[in-house]
Design a protein around this ligand. Structure first.
Ligand code: WTA
Length: 635
């Protein structure tokens, strides 16, 4: 069976087979890889504990499948094109041979620093090829990487490092983002004050910023790389050995470490990449996602390298030096497949066509979006002005927890509809649930989205707290994985993702938990309590509205606002900065003490005329105060 789907009829046939006979289906796909030992059993699962295992007994190494496997045919093909933040700086390319050598060397560096199979390594880096090298080197020696987005700040890093007790941190002196320089090493130094588990910090020099090197702890990437060999045999990993941890926000509590394991993740990300983007040999593929997010893991690094593609890594931002940067880079490197977030599309659309017109964009064949719902206007603009109506758009729905794309058109094969993720990939069995917890069969239904059968790259656990994984994803609808998203299946059976039904926000495509933001706000002196909700924003998709109860003694609101923003920056990162802060005397609470966010959301949306039932509140007059305050706040 060919893994590559080439027609809609084949999609239907493969989908049917994947449901009727999932084990044979996935075994056939898995045959495409290099195994050190083949599996004994394809799947073992229950969604109660949950306990999910794919390709049991199989032995392999994913870095070997990303690199070694391609060397014979593609050793001299470009693996990575690196485009720096500053367009005048010379970029770099690495062939598969070169990438292989760098990964082997850095694997030896990690070993020299005492990293062993199973150890956790934190990666806090800019978008430079070394970031991918560090990830692949961890995978090569069997260490578990935990990449932390380089926009997160001190507290977020130390929380993540401590939660999984990382012993080594890989970072850089700093990073360039547009006109800004961010001093990453300084942030790491501060974070490590509260991380006794960290023994070593490996520092790449990127910005030349002056840094302090702590003796005995800190070493330079370049020094270490000179002293090691370019050969490193890939560690034999079990199919279910941990590949990485990636922290993500949920409704409650601290971010949780989503755990992905080796074989299933490899098989599914590769299969989805090949089919969703209809990747062809020789294509130049550009996913703009930072390695700090799951899209950067699965579709900037692992899946395209598994496919032997040429990937583009971009260090900068879409609007530097101007809003034509993406389009300039596409022409410069003749990008064939381009995958980005709706937020980026909306901001470039707002900048105007003058930034698009100078570029030909004729190398493009497939366009993709990910991370949040795409509105019809942005979809149409992307289609007309970037794809010139010749490039299929794949609106790909998935999550950190799903590891890979679950619902999406297959480029040029599935008929698209603006703002619809369309149909599930083979192996994916969605269920739409009604408010009483029953599955709604048939079409033209709307409810909460679950998946009722495991696919190979499904979350295995949350690091160090399996019960949390069970409660978060497998408890709401027994026997099913609950996504946290609302979804509509229309009359044609097409899926449209409506958005989160919990307290998770998607701000500029970044996933943030309201509880985390409230926590950071509540750390501010003068703040008694806060409640954070999202409201629609024309560019960011969602923006952050904070309702803050202040203490009786506090009257300097402009200082309090500054302190709150400072704390959010410091504890989470600038991406979580509230767009609006309203000071209030009370919050709408039920008798059991729960904040009624539905009401706050309505007020934040400017729809306070229609608040629904407020009779269960302890003190309904609070609402009127907030509503009047909100009107003042909008002015
Ligand atoms: C949202 C990102 C609509 C959704 C890969 C999901 C989307 C959350 C889409 C996961 C899409 C992702 N259309 N919404 N095409 N893709 N989402 O973990 O709410 O950062 O639950 O993973 O993003 O965000 P995460």
């Amino acid at each position: 069976m060919s893994a590559r789907i080439t027609s809609f009829e084949q999609y239907q046939a493969d989908y049917k087979r994947s449901v009727e006979n999932p084990e044979d289906f996935w075994a056939d796909i898995a045959e495409n890889f290099t195994w050190k030992r083949t599996w004994d059993k394809v799947l073992d699962w229950n969604f109660t504990e949950p306990n999910i295992k794919w390709f049991l007994g199989g032995k392999l190494n994913i870095s070997e499948n990303c690199l070694d496997r391609h060397l014979q045919d593609k050793g001299n093909q470009t693996a990575v094109i690196w485009e720096p933040n500053n367009p005048d700086e010379k970029g770099r390319t690495l062939t598969y041979n070169e990438l292989y050598e760098e990964v082997c060397k850095f694997s030896n560096v990690l070993k020299k620093q005492g990293v062993k199979k199973g150890d956790r390594v934190c990666i806090y880096m800019p978008m430079v090829p070394e970031a991918a090298v560090a990830m692949l080197a961890c995978a090569r020696i069997g260490a578990v990487h935990s990449v932390v987005f380089a926009g997160f700040s001190v507290q977020s890093i130390s929380d993540r490092i401590n939660d999984s007790s990382c012993e080594v941190v890989v970072t850089s002196d700093g990073l360039f983002r547009g006109t800004k320089t961010v001093e990453l090493k300084k942030i790491v130094d501060e974070a490590l004050v509260t991380c006794p588990c960290v023994r070593k910090v490996i520092v790449l020099q990127r910005t030349g910023t002056s840094i302090e090197m702590k003796q005995g702890r800190d070493v330079y990437w370049s020094d270490d790389m000179q002293a090691v060999s370019g050969d490193c045999a890939a560690e034999e990993m079990d199919s279910e050995d941990m590949l990485y941890i990636l922290y993500t926000s949920g409704s409650t509590g601290k971010p949780k470490g989503v755990v992905h394991t080796t074989a299933g993740y490899m098989v599914y990300t590769w299969y989805s990449f090949l089919n969703v983007f209809q990747y062809n040999e020789g294509d130049v593929y550009w996913c703009t996602a930072d390695i700090g997010w799951v899209t950067g893991h699965s579709y900037t690094v692992y899946a395209p390298l598994l496919a032997g593609a040429t990937i583009l890594m971009f260090e900068g931002i879409p609007v530097h030096p101007d809003a034509g940067r993406f389009w300039q880079v596409i022409d410069k490197h003749k990008v064939n497949i381009f995958y980005t977030a709706p937020t980026a599309i909306r901001s470039l659309m707002a900048a105007g066509l003058d930034y698009v017109k100078p570029y030909k964009l004729d190398s493009l064949r497939v366009l993709g979006t990910v991370g949040e719902p795409i509105n019809e206007e942005a979809w149409v603009w992307y289609n007309e002005y970037i794809g010139k109506k010749k490039c299929p758009i794949v609106d790909t729905w998935w999550q950190t927890e799903t590891g890979g794309i679950l619902i999406s058109p297959l480029a040029g094969i599935t008929e698209t509809k603006p703002s619809y993720a369309t149909l599930p990939l083979p192996g994916v069995q969605p269920a739409i649930m009604d408010s009483s917890g029953k599955e709604m069969p048939g079409n033209d239904v709307e409810g909460n989205l679950c998946i009722k059968f495991p696919w190979p790259s499904i979350i295995r656990t949350t690091y160090g707290d399996h019960e949390r994984c069970r409660q978060t994803y497998f408890d709401s609808y027994p026997g099913k994985y609950f996504t946290g998203d609302g979804c509509r299946r229309d009359a044609d059976g097409y899926y449209r993702i409506i958005g989160r039904v919990d307290d998770v926000l998607k701000v500029s495509g970044h996933r943030l938990g309201t509880a985390d933001i409230e926590d950071a706000i509540n750390h501010t002196e003068g703040v008694v309590e806060s409640a954070v909700v999202g409201y629609p924003h024309p560019i960011k998709g969602e923006a952050i509205y904070a309702f803050v109860i202040y203490s009786d003694t506090e009257h300097d609101f402009s200082k309090l606002k500054q302190d709150i923003i400072h704390n959010v920056n410091n504890l989470i990162g600038p991406i979580a900065k509230p767009d609006k802060i309203q000071f209030v005397k009370g919050l709408p609470k039920t008798r059991s003490g729960k904040i009624m966010r539905r009401i706050l959301r309505k007020i934040a949306e400017g729809d306070a005329g229609n608040l629904g039932d407020t009779t269960t509140l302890i003190d309904p007059t609070v609402v009127e105060d907030i509503r009047q305050g909100a009107e003042v706040n909008q002015e």
